[in-house]
Design a binder for this molecule. Sequence first.
Ligand SMILES: Cc1ncc(COP(=O)(O)O)c(C=O)c1O
Length: 366
Amino acid sequence: MIPVTKPYLPNREKLNRYLDGIYERNWLTNNGPLAQELTSRLEKYLGVENLLLVSNGTLALQITYRALGINKPANGKPAEAITTPFTFIATASSLKWDGVRPVFADIDPETWCLAPKNIEARVTSQTRAIVPVHVFGNACDVEAIGAIAQKHNLKVIYDASHAFGVNYKGESLLKHGDAATLSFHATKLFHTVEGGAVIFKHKEDLERAKKMINFGITAPESIEELGINAKMNELQAAMGLCVLDEIEQISDVRKSVTDAYNHFLEGKLQKQQIQVGASYNHAYYPVALENEGKVIELMSSLRDSGVFARRYFYPSLDSVAALEATSTVCPESRKLAERIVCLPIYSGLKAEEIEMISKKVSEVAE
Ligand SMILES: Cc1ncc(COP(=O)(O)O)c(C=O)c1O
């Protein structure tokens, strides 16, 4: 069976040594030494400051909305945030969960990210924030989005769950926006089994969020904020430290899988147009086929050979009733969602498997 992705398992002896330390200290959670070490090592590796580890990427978004105050009603009505419909459900459901109405603006059909030109028409007196996604690790048009946010006095929170290690114009992409969130789910390029992080622009937002992830408790007898439990534990941090040691190797393997697919599939399918000036982390291998019929044909042909590609991201979130978003339909996102397939990419995927998958894709694409 070839799944779309496989969690990366780092060196076992090294993980055992971290576990020995955890047993010796008997310190399992609540900002332990491994969580502290991972925080500083990630800040260094990513070239960022004000990084806060949390227990998953969804809570990273939720804590950020609250730390930046975008969940507060605006003009006596529920707050709104403008976001993309072409993403994983958590981007929009986390808003809704926290009392912020998601308002969808359509994507750019080439980059597949939120199109700046579609944002302004969605701004109302209730809008508090823009929540774009660097989808599949492709950098959004951060300059144009920043200018719109400044004009309308809005916060920008990038869901950067896919953009671990991506640079833009020589600096970390995660420095853009008032905050950027990461997911360290087991299937991600870098992972801590479950986990996530927020990179805040301002230290005071980091400090508020630090209290929020530990129930608002600041001392044994002091509760300063409304909080929740979103702490990363020591076992998660241990896994993260081990994976981080091998991250260059993981990235190189993903790049070689991408190169191999490109070799077989060049010119046969629509690919995502990567933002000029941005690096690419090869976390995914998404392709867009001509129409939904071809997607269904390909999925079935792959399944016959034990290959489980995935329709990421389908459906387009502007069609998900549970989100109770405004009734705007986003045609570009819907068209893409019908045509998209993510091909398997992970360490350990063999050259002959890539060739076999590419052959099947080519047969359907032609
Ligand atoms: C774009 C995006 N946002 C948010 C999340 C949620 O992250 P997590 O699964 O760590 O809660 C994911 C993850 O899988 C994602 O792909």
